[in-house]
Write a protein that binds this ligand. Structure first.
Ligand code: ATP
Ligand code: MG
Length: 158
């Protein structure tokens, strides 16, 4: 289905805004235009839900979660940044593996199966995008993903 990612993203963030704890700030740095992509909305909701839930779950002291969307030629670039516990450098790429959970998540008994990001990766790749993370232990994490943009010409006449 053809979807404006910005509208879609606002709706998901709105839902988290209604349920979040006071010590968490959701900061939307989103452009005031439309960015159309083809997506399975239910599946992308699952991806974004997991990334935001992680940002909250792995930020035990709260803090700011920043949402950004950019475009680079024919790609939409989405990023979600938290100020949580972060992930050690050598483990950042493993978080997309099935059942992988970083030590701190395990030792703090934060609930989860370690499947969320593995599923997210499968879904993003099925949409011809990429997903990756950057992190600094003790400082925070950014999860990025891309999706192909629909070119303006011809896209809206279906
Ligand atoms: P599930 O999502 O299946 O309930 P989970 O959250 O443990 O469980 P993933 O979402 O796949 O699983 O994340 C894998 C691991 O990556 C987490 O257990 C955690 O160690 C680490 N991780 C993911 N997101 C963050 C984040 N924002 N900050 C710090 N660590 C993170
Ligand atoms: Mg998770």
């Amino acid at each position: 289905e053809r979807v404006d990612f910005i509208t879609f993203f606002h709706h998901i963030i709105d839902r988290f805004e209604m349920n979040k704890a006071e010590e968490i700030i959701l900061d939307r740095k989103l452009p005031n235009k439309e960015f159309f992509v083809w997506m399975d909305k239910d599946k992308l909701t699952q991806v974004v839900d997991n990334i935001i839930s992680n940002a909250i779950k792995y930020s035990p002291d709260g803090g700011r979660i920043t949402f950004r969307v950019d475009n680079n030629r024919n790609r939409l670039m989405v990023s979600i940044t938290d100020q949580g516990m972060g992930i050690a450098q050598e483990k950042v790429d493993k978080i997309f593996d099935r059942f992988y959970r970083a030590d701190k998540a395990r030792s703090r008994n934060l609930g989860g199966t370690g499947l969320g990001l593995a599923i997210a990766k499968e879904i993003i790749e099925a949409h011809h995008g990429h997903i990756w993370a950057e992190s600094k232990e003790g400082k925070g994490t950014t999860v990025h993903f891309t999706l192909p943009l629909i070119k303006k010409s011809g896209g809206d006449k279906r």
